[in-house]
Design a protein around this ligand. Structure first.
Ligand SMILES: Cc1cc2nc3c(=O)[nH]c(=O)nc-3n(C[C@H](O)[C@H](O)[C@H](O)COP(=O)(O)OP(=O)(O)OC[C@H]3O[C@@H](n4cnc5c(N)ncnc54)[C@H](O)[C@@H]3O)c2cc1C
Length: 525
């Protein structure tokens, strides 16, 4: 059995649901919904002033959904159910870049808060706000230019639709595993995929983009035009500089693909993590993998596994895996290596093995969709050198602790391989600064509907204590795993690129119109 990020999400949520104590309400961690900084404009934005929404509705080609509309409860949802209480005044489904422009103009004129929304997967719920959500999911056309090896895609396209459309024409764009992640949030903050070591991050494939800025202009940005904004949009994070309406990416011919999963008994966890870190450091670019230390809570126990994808043949993969197998004294209990064609491989990576593409959606996106949303919290950090044994043990102990102390939830630590093409880009060539990492560690926990506050509080406290245990061995944090509980978040996400990002922000959005709790500030504190 494969257990990738998505299967893990579903398995963990299912486990937690199975053991959750009946009705209780989840309380959002403090500060999650309230902006930490008050920019002049943002401070002035009242929530209850009369706003002529009908005028906006009349000016748009797309729909404007208001709280009185029957579809509103679903339209107001994002992927993480913990934000279900955050209710916008209106949601605009923009059909054209002009619609986006009208929303921005309207919000400016009527001093309404805005948040751009693509796939709605922000870990901080930052694609929701109590004002106007500018939803780009209807901007989802994909145009492939085979001669230029480039694809222009609407800012609202989701991974599964991108893979299907481009894959049907023999091309791939390195995206994310999760089928329902949106291209805008993913690409603006980086974008790590099973093809990252071979081809680089999603943002590294970017050739141009169109963006509506705070003054209502539609700009085309590339290496020649508005090059500083183009630089900032490659890793500077979603929601900071404007609302992107489309991206043009370099795409690649689809290579042969082989998949693998090796799973060991939990007793081998420290051995496996240590062996994996050494092995992935020396692996060729063609192979991407992750090492997962997982607890399924009281229902399932703990497991350690390494899964991955090779751009190459299954025979080559068997050879490449030999040193990893040899470095772990225990034999794997699950041992799968096999060739796969591209689209089925992407379905497996999406946790949709054996499903139709239509089923591999949320029901809100596709009537045949069978996926569910989830409730989770997460933190991240980068491993830039192989930790000493005590660092490995700290990670293993953290997962054992979760399993023992908070058995009502599922969770664990996943180490995603970096290196290869990701690390060959200079750390200041794009806004994505994390170019020296061996791996990105993400620790997370998931709970089921109705889990009581005591359970989510225990999970949140595990996230924090795991962060403290791992602190000596990790640096920074991945901006796409945006973490509302981080204090020094701007430096953690952007490091040495922060001053330049602040400069770009000041130039394109001096009033801090595109503001949220962790948006890039207009000046450095
Ligand atoms: C289940 C799951 C799996 C994931 N898997 C991966 C993975 O494999 N690799 C990886 O790198 N990351 C992964 N992520 C993290 C993901 O990259 C981020 O959560 C990303 O921000 C999601 O983008 P979105 O468009 O879906 O989210 P949204 O919530 O819509 O947007 C995220 C941010 O971007 C802003 N934004 C949205 N649309 C626009 C726009 N058009 N213009 C400007 N700003 C915009 C939003 O305001 C928000 O601040 C995963 C997340 C989840 C929940």
């Amino acid at each position: 059995m494969r257990l990738d990020r998505r299967t893990f999400l579903r398995a963990a949520a299912g486990t937690a649901a199975g053991v959750a104590v009946a009705a209780g309400s989840e309380t959002l961690p403090e500060g999650l919904l309230s902006p930490s900084r008050g920019a002049p404009l943002a401070r002035a934005l009242g929530d209850d002033r009369p706003v002529p929404w009908h005028a906006l509705a009349a000016s748009l080609r797309g729909r404007l959904v208001r709280p009185t509309d029957t579809s509103y409860p679903v339209d107001a949802q994002v992927y993480n159910q913990r934000f279900d209480g955050l209710l916008p005044k209106a949601i605009a489904y923009c059909r054209t870049p002009d619609d986006v422009q009208r929303c921005v103009d309207f919000a400016r004129r009527h001093r309404v808060r805005v948040a751009a929304r693509s796939g709605g997967h922000s870990y901080g719920g930052y694609s929701l706000c109590r004002g106007l959500v500018v939803d780009v999911t209807e901007l989802s056309a994909v145009h492939l230019d085979v001669r230029r090896r480039a694809a222009t895609v609407g800012a609202g396209v989701r991974m599964i639709d991108l893979y299907t459309t481009l894959g049907g024409k023999g091309r791939l764009l390195p995206g994310a595993s999760c089928p329902t992640v949106g291209i805008a949030g993913l690409a603006l903050g980086g974008g790590v995929s099973v093809f990252a070591r071979r081809f680089g991050l999603t943002c590294d494939q970017l050739e141009a983009l169109r963006i509506v800025t705070a003054d209502g202009r539609i700009l085309t940005c590339d290496r020649e035009r508005h090059d500083d904004l183009f630089w900032a949009c490659r890793g500077g994070g979603g929601g900071n500089f404007g609302v992107v309406t489309s991206f043009t990416f370099r795409v690649h011919p689809i290579p042969p693909v082989a998949l693998f999963t090796l799973e060991w008994p939990w007793a081998a966890a420290a051995d496996v993590l240590g062996a994996w870190l050494h092995w992935t450091t020396g692996a060729p670019d063609e192979i991407w993998s992750n090492c997962q230390l997982l607890s399924s809570g009281s229902a399932g126990g703990k497991t350690v596994k390494v899964t991955g994808v090779l751009c190459g043949s299954a025979r080559t993969l068997v050879t490449l895996l030999r040193p990893l197998r040899a470095a772990v004294a225990t034999a794997p209990v699950v041992d799968f290596v096999g060739p796969e064609s591209y689209l089925p491989a992407m379905l497996v990576e999406a946790g949709c093995e054996g499903m139709s593409v239509a089923a591999c959606h949320l029901p809100s996106e596709n009537r045949s969709g069978t996926l569910s949303r989830a409730s989770f919290g997460a933190k991240s950090g980068y491993v830039t050198s192989i930790p000493p044994d005590r660092g490995i043990i700290a990670a293993v102990d953290a997962v054992s602790f979760l399993d023992h102390e908070v058995p009502e939830v599922g969770g664990g630590i996943v180490f995603d391989a970096y290196g290869g093409a990701v690390n060959r880009v200079a750390s200041d060539a794009t806004a994505f600064v994390h170019r020296d990492a061996l791996a990105c560690a993400q620790w997370s926990f998931f709970w089921g509907t109705g889990a009581p506050h005591s359970v989510t509080a225990a999970g949140s406290s595990w996230l924090a204590s795991t962060g403290r245990s791992l602190a000596p061995y990790i640096h920074g944090a991945y901006q796409n795993y945006i973490d509302p509980t981080l204090t020094d978040w701007a430096r953690a996400y952007y490091g040495a690129n922060l001053p330049r990002l602040v400069k770009v922000k000041r130039r394109v959005d001096a009033d801090d119109f595109f503001h949220f709790a962790q948006s890039i500030p207009t000046s450095l504190a």
